[in-house]
Design a binder for this molecule. Structure first.
Ligand code: SP5
Ligand code: ZN
Length: 341
C-alpha cells in the first residue's frame, strides 16, 4: 500500500490545557514519526510526498471565511504583540440574538473553534495545509485506479467542522478528500470513522447530503469527548436523512463489540455502493491510550483491517488520533496490513 507523508507536520507542535496547566499536547510530532518508522519497518510499500493544491480545494468541506481565518490567524495574533501560542478562550452560547464574526483575533478564535484543543502557532497553517494535501493526493491516486492508499495525516482532521477547529484538528482531511472525490465525478463516497472519538466535524459537513455516507464508531458521547454529538439518533437531515450512522459504544469496549459495530457499518457501506471508501483511522481505541476508554489490543487491529478489506471498496486511510506514541505505529500499520490480507 502506498503511503503519503510530509515532514511539514513538524511545523505544528501545540500546547494543551490539562489539569489546570499548560503542557505539551498529546497530539505531538513524534506520533507521525512513529507511524512512518513502522510503515518502513513493516515494508508496507512506497512512500511519496504530497502534490500541491490550491486552498480553494479546501472550500466545500469548509467555508471560504474559515480558510481565510486559519491561514491568517498567526499573523493577526503576533500583530497584537504576543508570541505565545494562540488559544481560544471565549465562545458564543445558545440563545444569542445574532452572532457575527468579531474583528479582533481573540474573538475570531472563539467564533471559529469548538474548544481550546487546537492552538495556533507559527507553523500551524503550513502543517495543516500539508496534512490536507496528503489526503487530497491519496484520493487522487484512488481516482487513478489504485486500490488503496494511506495518508499519514498530522494534524488530524475529523473534529474540524465547516467553520471550526477543535480537538487537535484544523482542516478536515477526510472531508476535504471526500468533497474532492465528488468534485472529480464520483457519485457516492462513504466515510467510516473508527477513531475513539465521534467525528463531529465530518458529520456536520455532510449531515444534509445523501452522496456522502458518514459512519462513526466511537465512545458514547454521554461520557466521552466531544460530548455534544455522536448519539445514535443523529441520522442526517433533509436529503441526508439516513446517510449518517452513529454507533456509540460504552467505556471498556473490546474487539467483540467493536467488530459487531464494524459489521453493521459494512452492511450500510454495501447498500451505499460507494465509488470510494475513506477510513478515518484513529488508534486511540487502544487499551493503553492515555485519553480514551476502549480496550482494543495490538493484534485486534489486524482483524479490523481484514474486515474493512472485505468491504471491497477502493479505500483511502486517513490518519486521525492515537496518543500512546510507542504503540500507534504498530497499531495503525496493523490495520493496513490486515486490509491487504
Ligand atoms: C483527533 C482526536 O483524537 N482528538 C481528540 C481530542 C480530545 N480532546 C480532549 C482531551 C481530554 C484529555 N483528558 C485528559 C485525561 C488524562 N487522563
Ligand atoms: Zn480521537
Amino acid at each position: 500500500m502506498l503511503t503519503i507523508y510530509s515532514s511539514d507536520h513538524r511545523l505544528h507542535h501545540g500546547v494543551e490545557l490539562k489539569d489546570g496547566a499548560v503542557s505539551e499536547s498529546f497530539e505531538k510530532p513524534a506520533r507521525a514519526e512513529t507511524v512512518l518508522a513502522r510503515v518502513k519497518a513493516a515494508g508496507l510499500g512506497g512512500i511519496i510526498g504530497p502534490q500541491s493544491y490550491d486552498r480553494s480545494s479546501y472550500v466545500g468541506a469548509h467555508s471560504e471565511r474559515y480558510i481565510e481565518f486559519l491561514a491568517g490567524a498567526w499573523s493577526e495574533w503576533i500583530a497584537t504583540g504576543r508570541t505565545c501560542q494562540a488559544l481560544p478562550l471565549v465562545w458564543p452560547v445558545r440563545g444569542l440574538p445574532s452572532i457575527e464574526v468579531p474583528q479582533f483575533i481573540d474573538g475570531k478564535l472563539g467564533f471559529f473553534s469548538m474548544d481550546a484543543g487546537s492552538p495556533i502557532n507559527a507553523g500551524t497553517w503550513d502543517a495543516v495545509s500539508a496534512s490536507a494535501n496528503l489526503a487530497l493526493t491519496g484520493i487522487d491516486r484512488l481516482s487513478d485506479g489504485t486500490r488503496s492508499a494511506f495518508a499519514l495525516c498530522r494534524p488530524p482532521g475529523h473534529h474540524a467542522g465547516r467553520e471550526y477547529m477543535g480537538g487537535y484538528c484544523y482542516l478536515n482531511n477526510a472531508a476535504i478528500a471526500a468533497q474532492h472525490c465528488i468534485a472529480r465525478g464520483a457519485e457516492r463516497v462513504a466515510i467510516l470513522d473508527i477513531d475513539f472519538h465521534h467525528g463531529n466535524g465530518t458529520q456536520e459537513i455532510f449531515y444534509d447530503r445523501s452522496d456522502v455516507l458518514f459512519i462513526s464508531i466511537h465512545g458514547d458521547p454521554a461520557v466521552s469527548f466531544p460530548y455534544f454529538s455522536g448519539h445514535a439518533n443523529e441520522r442526517g437531515a433533509g436529503p441526508g436523512e439516513g446517510f449518517n450512522l452513529n454507533m456509540p459504544l460504552p467505556k471498556g469496549t473490546a474487539l467483540d463489540q467493536f467488530a459487531t459495530a464494524l459489521h453493521h457499518a459494512g452492511a450500510a457501506i454495501a447498500r451505499h455502493a460507494p465509488d470510494a471508501l475513506i477510513v478515518s483511522l484513529g488508534v486511540d481505541t487502544f487499551e493503553d491510550d492515555p485519553i480514551s476508554h476502549f480496550r482494543l489490543r495490538t493484534p485486534d487491529y489486524l482483524r479490523i483491517g481484514e474486515v474493512i478489506g472485505r468491504f471491497g471498496a477502493p479505500t483511502l486511510f486517513v490518519m486521525e488520533g492515537g496518543y500512546m506514541v510507542d504503540e500507534i505505529g504498530v497499531n495503525a500499520v496493523n490495520v493496513l496490513l490486515g486490509f491487504e490480507g
